[in-house]
Design a protein around this ligand. Sequence first.
Ligand code: ZN
Length: 380
Amino acid sequence: MPGIIFTQEKTEMTRALDLEIKNSRNIPRYIFGEGSINNLKSLLLERNDNKSGYAVYFIDIFFEKNVKPLESLPILDSDQVFYVDTQNEPTTSYVDDLKNRLMGIKKSLPHTIIGIGGGGALDVAKAISNLLTNSGNAEDYQGWDLVKFPGIYKIGIPTISGTGAEATRTCVMINPATGLKLGMNSDYTIFDQLILDPELLSTVPLDQYFYTGMDTFIHCVESLSGNYRNAIGDAFSNQAIQLCREVFLGDDMMSNKNRQKLMVASYLGGCAIGNSFVGVLHPFSAGLSVVLNIHHCLANCIAITAMGQFYPQAVEEFLRMAKKQKVNIPRGVCGNLTQDQYGQLYRATIIHEKPLANALGKEFRNILTAEKTKEIFQAM
Ligand code: ZN
């Protein structure tokens, strides 16, 4: 975005964030295009070379009743299908439970895991793939580079675009016991294969399509405004933002062409996040999710309305996009809370040290005091 100073120098900030040059890993293989989901059958045949194996599907529960978009899935009698609850964000115990249910039914490991859905369903598929080859529970692997062995071969098929979960090396889970919201950040978490079929986005409700798509716009705005920058992350972010503008300032955000563009923007946004950090907005959004149970992508769209002092141009652009697409953004959600709730919101926000330091510097606590944080929440 114009007006932002670009620097690749090793500043005090990059040391404070414990940032060394990373050995980045991207998705090894992807198939892109309308109808590309029909390639799943041949991919699975290749995987099941001794013919006695089975595949496991983790499918967004949305498709349990809306069968049409996925009616051509090549599910065999020996395969297992689990519908993933995506109303709530995945918890570590939910992931453990699904893994145990699978291992209660089957004696051997699957040849392939297939995740189909939005960020939640994709993240559950990634987590279970890792847990089937690494002993213990999901919470044992919340953190950085704790997964020891490669997971089961996994294929990701997004059906809504924006979170970037299809491209990232994490799978976000909430640990209900500790309140910790953290993924298994590992190269082993990355999908082995993606199928990016824009046709699958055609049944997404308009509001959801907008809220979720905005996640990638916001990720990229935040990383481009941060202290920690690098040229590759910037390139992914700039291109993803450009595609979002074309989609959401266009007349029909869900036209064939725009569905393709958003799917690419989400993928590039996911790659960008692997090379950078988010900023002030995601911590506030996390506060809304943890304390008020607002879904991540909607929480972002609510939080951005109060971010004018940090991201003025992006806020103006966001409001223009929402108006153009006639999407309603709930207001006043934090207008009338108890002192205790404002305290919870503050703690759930300020805990995100890396993104806040990336945006505001090491002394971010001096800027985001409890009082200031409350004012920002009240302005949403
Ligand atoms: Zn996000």
